[in-house]
Design a protein around this ligand. Structure first.
Ligand SMILES: Nc1ncnc2c1ncn2[C@@H]1O[C@H](COP(=O)(O)OP(=O)(O)OP(=O)(O)O)[C@@H](O)[C@H]1O
Ligand SMILES: [Mg+2]
Length: 164
């Protein structure tokens, strides 16, 4: 089996936190594991510098839900929604990099997607606050072949952790 976030360690008290070094192949398995347990109402936040690997993980999650072909980066579209039958769970892949004002964010109406689907959000720090306290927060650091993923697992996700 691929790399498991199971391998991660619970680094501190409070929200569970896991850290894992991973390569490009493992990114696919990690994304698939998270994508496989996504349910309506879930929010996954993907943080990290330019080119950290946020879209790569989101792509693997979408692939796990049935998307054929490579999901485009939503950098320019900002919101890229997917719906059945191309995926088995409605998922909106969002990139907030170009959002400058809170008002622009409100206009996206992201919460509407949560009634029957999930949100994958790159550059969530553009929200300027904690928009979704129940979100699974993934942060990628490092570059080249030395990338590290940190997952902050909120209570809403604890029952699903560790992932297969
Ligand atoms: N774990 C990894 N190990 C090695 N290379 C990786 C890993 N994850 C992603 N990459 C590579 O890093 C590059 C950037 O990845 P990606 O587009 O996913 O980053 P991003 O964080 O979404 O960037 P942006 O900030 O522009 O949205 C790609 O070439 C990808 O293949
Ligand atoms: Mg990206």
């Amino acid at each position: 089996m691929g790399p498991c976030l199971r391998r991660g360690t619970n680094t501190k008290a409070g929200p569970m936190s896991f850290t894992l070094a991973y390569n490009l192949d493992e990114a696919d398995a990690i994304g698939a594991a998270i994508g496989g347990v996504l349910a309506p109402g879930d929010v996954v936040l993907l943080s990290g510098d330019l080119g950290a690997g946020k879209t790569t993980l989101a792509r693997a999650m979408l692939k796990a839900r049935g998307l054929a072909g490579e999901a485009p980066s939503p950098t320019f579209a900002i919101v890229q929604p997917y719906a059945p039958p191309e995926v088995d769970l409605p998922i909106a892949h969002v990139d907030l990099y170009r959002i400058e004002e809170p008002r622009d964010l409100i206009e996206l109406g992201l919460d509407d997607y949560l009634s029957d689907g999930a949100l994958l959000i790159e550059w969530p720090d553009r929200l300027g606050g904690d928009g979704w306290p129940g979100a699974l927060e993934l942060t990628i650091s490092g570059a080249g072949d030395a990338r590290v993923l940190t997952a902050r697992v909120p209570p809403a996700w604890e029952a699903r952790w560790p992932l297969p």
